[in-house]
Write a protein that binds this ligand. Sequence first.
Ligand code: FRU
Length: 461
Amino acid sequence: MNDPNGPVRIDGRYHLFFQYNPSAATWGDIGWGHTTSDNLLGWTEHPIAIPRTDSTMIFSGGVVIDSLGTAGLCSGPRCLVAIYTAAHAGTRVQNQSLAYSDDGGVRWTQHAGNPVLDIGSREFRDPFVFWHAPSAAWIMTIAMATDHAIRVYRSPNLRQWELASEFRGMGATGGVWECPVLVALPDHATGARRWMLKIDLNPGHVAGGSGAQYFVGDFDGRSFVPMDTTTQWVDFGPDFYCAQPWQPANEDGTVTWIAWMSNWTYAADIPTGPWRGLMSLPRTVSLRERDGRAMLVQQPIPVRSSDNAPVQQFSARNQILADPTVLDIQPGRAFEVEWRIDAGGATEVGLLLRHSAQQHVLISYDPVRSVVAIDRRPGGSSVHPQFEARYEAPIPRDRIATLRLVVDASSIELFAGNGATVLTALIFPDPGSVGLAIFSKGGAVRSVDLSVWPLRSPTAP
Ligand code: FRU
């Protein structure tokens, strides 16, 4: 699988559709897979929701709840309309089409009047649609992939679309633009809402290959105007692509989004089987002001439950930790870490995850430059020449750095500074490398406090 599509919540249940190839563990024959969850952690997979046809693949898009029946396809609280890119074999034209479900996402029917938006382009994809109450219209953001432009369209009925504006001439343009999302987010402190436009690009991301940038600004129902035109990165790691938020938003105005956890540079090479392709943890997203700029804040949904093994801890004060100091902690292959560091005289403090005599993945904190990094070069896998790399990100300057990590069998999600900085990276260590070690360099570290919770597999409710 690749991109998440149309995350939607109905009757308290979370639905997720996704780019899915049922015939091979590489990209091709793409349609929409379907899975549901009551808690965003344990998932039940369902039959393919929207399969490809002989002439069309079903590319990325969104899902809306059309309870008022504006499209005339169905109505009521279980009426879902999917808006996706139909990628036509032969002509290679990409146009926008609808499918609908009147039973809350189980059975889907193609709209007889497809396509609903066709400009004859081969690079016009990934519609994201939501209801904009202040201007009483459906809004679509969609990528003109090779033009590095995001178009905004408006519609009263999901079938007729009027071009309202174009966002272009800004941001990182090292590769094609894909999977735009426009969403209102609350400021963490004040609750005031601002609009955020997220645009994925491939390649050209700060970590190499595919990844996402974002802008914060205003949206009046027609155009998005950024307050700051410099690119900001959603995630400084290599493996977070084409995120989409669940609709409707959470009650406190935040949204929860999820992304494909891979990178087009090596997606076809990752050493898993029979499956290939995975999703990130769902993350709660809001904004926070830092240095006069509104910045994205992302926190993983809670992953610990009462069935998880009890916490294991390690603390040290005023000492240099030998490189490496192997800890008497058995985290297993999936675990959560909370790590607080008051560096004191140390110039680097590091955590070796999935450690054994042969390999580890290194998480390091540099208090002088105020950066954190994931280095997967010592990780023992040879996936692809561009996979063996180190990824670095700035974190807010603070006397005590607080890092939170969720590690699963083949992934690390690192959240620093209360979610101000995120790094996501796949890892493929040997299954037997399950140790944990720590070190400090340059001088005595004032304090290190580490809490580790081994995690069990969630069961689908
Ligand atoms: C992004 C993407 C989208 C497209 C889909 C096809 O990963 O290239 O632009 O809709 O994948 O699977």
